[in-house]
Design a protein around this ligand. Structure first.
Ligand code: NCD
Length: 336
């Protein structure tokens, strides 16, 4: 694909607007293909995708596996508990074992920030010709989720031609546990690159003020920002201030497993202040959609009735869109 220069997909801070456009365009084409039971595309015939998940996952892992199968790739899955890691083998040696078996793409999820990055660097240094695709590392980055959220929003605003341009000037509100969310961080890079303004909303314990500066400089280790002009990021404490004028609202799971100490008085109080419901959404327009990356704490970050309202809540649409987005990423890394 012309202009595509990434050997690995590790985060979205290094993506140009053209990269986002390439992924959205391919995903739109893959999404138009017939699904279950239909013919597979031969694009990745003879390629092997290995998923290395060191953290639980419902959606991401199966979505990558389905995406690979739809492109005719072979799929191999690794389970840490029954592997030689428990005998002391290093992660790099484990990864190289799979590369020796022929893996072309390693899809890696790990609870520690930076693991997919250092694995990619070490494999490059060893001269291995394999791509690493980050499926979520610690609190840091979850590029395929950021891209599927971007695709879902772009399709909402421009169903026939979902491009980065369809996000320009939109006000996207992200509510909740931003501090522990790699999804929010990936969305911040993706949305602002496409010219959307992001309003973050949550209590100070889950959303420190410094998030307003999040995209002002590239992350450590990256020399320059590949995007000339990004949308703005703003922090609001009250939903009543954040919601008016919103074009879309994304809420995040309270990531209790990543919280170091008690950051909330109670789940009830949190729901009262930050929980989304039909009543709350009266503060923004009728057609304003709600997104959530899942898994959901029903009745905490979002009311059950809103979650079940498919006309308003795009959670299932996000899951559906995850497959063509991951097909696009696998294609870009391994089909050429
Ligand atoms: C997210 C994750 O694992 O980062 N889920 C996902 O991949 N769909 C968000 C979460 O765990 O809350």
């Amino acid at each position: 694909m012309s202009g595509w220069s990434h050997r690995h997909v590790l985060d979205l801070a290094s993506f140009t607007v053209a990269d986002f456009a390439t992924v959205l365009e391919l995903a739109q084409r893959f999404r138009a293909l017939p699904v279950a039971g239909a013919r597979r595309l031969p694009a990745l015939q003879g390629r092997l995708m290995t998923s290395l998940f060191f953290e639980p996952s419902t959606r991401t892992r199966t979505s990558f596996e389905l995406a690979a199968k739809r492109l005719s790739a072979e799929v191999q899955s690794f389970s840490p508990s029954s592997s030689s890691l428990s005998k002391g083998e290093s992660l790099l040696d484990t990864a190289r074992t799979y590369v020796a078996m022929g893996a072309d793409i390693l899809v890696v999820r790990h609870s520690c920030t930076g693991v997919p990055h250092s694995l990619a660097r070490d494999l490059d240094r060893c001269g291995e010709r394999v791509s690493v695709l980050n499926a979520g590392d610690g609190l840091h980055s979850h590029p395929s989720q950021g891209l599927l959220d971007l695709f879902t929003l772009a399709r909402h605003f421009a169903p026939e031609a979902p491009t980065p341009e369809s996000l320009r000037g939109r006000r996207i509100v992200i509510v909740g546990d931003v501090l522990h969310s790699r999804v929010a961080r990936s969305n911040l890079w993706a949305l602002t690159a496409c010219g959307a303004d992001v309003v973050l909303c949550g209590p100070p314990t889950l959303l420190p003020d410094c998030f307003a500066d999040f995209v002002l400089a590239p992350p450590p280790g990256q020399a320059a920002d590949p995007v000339a002009a990004r949308g703005r990021v703003q922090v609001e404490r009250r939903l009543e201030e954040a919601l008016p004028g919103a074009d879309a609202v994304m809420t995040l799971r309270l990531q209790k497993e990543r919280m170091q100490q008690h950051l909330l008085t109670s789940l009830d109080t949190y729901h009262r202040h930050y929980g989304l419901s039909h009543r709350r959404l009266a503060l923004c327009g009728d057609g304003v959609p709600v997104l959530h990356p899942g898994p959901v704490n029903r009745g905490v970050e979002i009311a059950g009735e809103l979650l079940d309202d498919a006309g308003r809540c795009l959670v299932e649409e996000q899951v559906r869109n995850g497959i063509p987005i991951r097909m696009a990423l696998l294609y870009l890394l391994a089909a050429t």
